[in-house]
Design a protein around this ligand. Structure first.
Ligand code: ATP
Ligand code: MG
Length: 246
């Protein structure tokens, strides 16, 4: 175990942070210890999703630059004891070195079963930093052309970085909208174009969006919760069918 998973997409707004948080919560509910790292430097957001924003004194940039001890930049979620967060810095003044960040993750990971790193959009330095420590990549896409193009680019870049264990998450799926768009024959075509094996199909679920803005209360009760629970089991290597097939 001690797996380090980067959640990436290329295109912005596909649902990386939502998937990173949903997966983390599901893993914790399956008795795993998770450190979630927000690598979206300058666009800190996971502290809001976990409702710990008022507690953050140090972030991953402080931990990397030695302004604090690594553990001082780790905050425990209020509701889930085994879910911890390392926040992203508010600004991007100090660019984080990928190799130093990888060392930091290496130091921290023995205390957790999973380290889940939420990557920023794009393939720039923030993405490289987020991906460098990872052994596994979750490529998040929506079932539409611009998003899928981003997924292909991100898949190539993750492979170049030596991350062989890649899986696809198709997020915000709505069958009616998909058919109306008419861009693809079926979901298999989307998966084939991405070049990555599917691990989860997450429905378009407006309740999920509201829950993610409200400190996660009610997450267990929305339809997507079951999908994240199934995703977590699949990440653990269990052979379970997709919870949602569209
Ligand atoms: N399955 C879903 N159903 C409904 N809304 C969703 C779903 N997934 C994500 N969203 C919403 O889409 C928006 C973007 O999601 P999110 O912030 O997770 O994307 P992101 O890829 O992390 O974005 P960024 O590139 O800006 O970091 C948010 O408002 C979120 O609540
Ligand atoms: Mg995000």
């Amino acid at each position: 175990m001690n797996s380090v998973i980067v959640v990436a997409s290329g295109k912005g707004g596909t649902g990386k942070s939502t998937v990173a948080v949903g997966l983390s919560v599901a893993l914790v509910q399956q008795n795993r210890r998770v450190l979630l790292i927000d690598c979206d430097c300058g666009m800190r957001g996971l502290d809001l999703m976990l409702d710990v924003e008022s507690e953050i004194l140090f972030d991953c940039s402080d931990a990397v630059s030695g302004n604090c001890k690594p553990q001082e930049a780790v905050y425990r979620s209020r509701n889930l004891e085994n879910l911890c967060l390392m926040a992203a810095p508010f600004d991007t003044d100090n660019e984080i070195s990928p190799s130093v960040f990888a060392q930091l993750v290496d130091e921290l990971k023995s205390g957790y079963d999973y380290v889940i790193i939420d990557s920023p959009a794009g393939l720039g330095s923030g993405f490289i930093c987020a991906a460098t420590p990872a052994d596994t990549g979750l490529v998040v896409t929506n079932a539409e052309p611009a998003s899928l193009r981003g997924a292909v680019k991100v898949r190539r870049k993750l492979s170049e970085l030596g991350i062989k264990n890649l899986r696809l998450v198709i997020n915000r799926f709505d069958r009616g909208h998909f058919e109306q768009l008419g861009c693809y024959r079926d979901l298999d075509e989307v998966i084939d174009i991405s070049g990555v094996q599917l691990i989860a199909l997450v429905p378009q679920d407006n309740r999920l969006s509201a829950i993610m803005q409200n400190g996660l209360s009610g997450l267990n009760w929305c339809p997507a919760a079951n999908v994240f629970s199934c995703l977590a089991r699949r990440v653990e290597g269990e052979k379970v069918p997709l919870a949602f097939k569209g």
